[in-house]
Design a protein around this ligand. Structure first.
Ligand SMILES: [Zn+2]
Length: 138
């Protein structure tokens, strides 16, 4: 059985490695689907309570909402955003959708989860027609 919950947030970033438009500081209305797979707990009738999913994932999303996510090697952007006193989160990776998937998967997998859960899938959409997705087996 699979259950999933969707999350949304607004965030700015830029890609240092990109030769085109994504080098520029720009924003996305991010959408993420977090999916849990496992057997249904016979006493609760659930794989995982949606409220518990929200308790784990919402703080991770809230930290990023209306902020600028910045790769730690992008020192000029860290300096300029700090001068503006604007919300930002510094991370040890280029801020691609793929790396954001890994960022969320790592954090969610470390949370206290029901023992019935065998797999976590995270899909991050930067735009309406693009996504990155990966799976962690527990
Ligand atoms: Zn982008």
């Amino acid at each position: 059985m699979k259950i999933a919950k969707d999350f949304r947030w607004e965030m700015a970033h830029r890609l240092q490695c990109h030769k085109g438009k994504c080098f520029n500081l720009h924003g996305h209305s991010y959408k993420m689907q977090v999916e849990f797979e496992g057997s249904v707990n016979t006493s609760t009738g659930m794989v995982f309570d949606y409220f518990d999913v929200k308790d784990i994932v919402a703080p991770l999303v809230d930290e990023l909402d209306h902020s600028v996510i910045i790769w730690e090697k992008d020192s000029i952007l860290i300096e300029k955003i700090s001068e503006l006193n604007s919300a930002h989160v510094v991370v040890p990776f280029e801020t691609t959708a793929e790396n954001l998937v890994r960022y969320f998967l790592d954090k969610i997998a470390k949370a206290t989860l029901p023992k019935e859960i065998t797999k976590i899938k995270v899909r991050v959409c930067e735009t309406e027609n693009t996504y990155a997705e990966d799976v962690v087996k527990l």
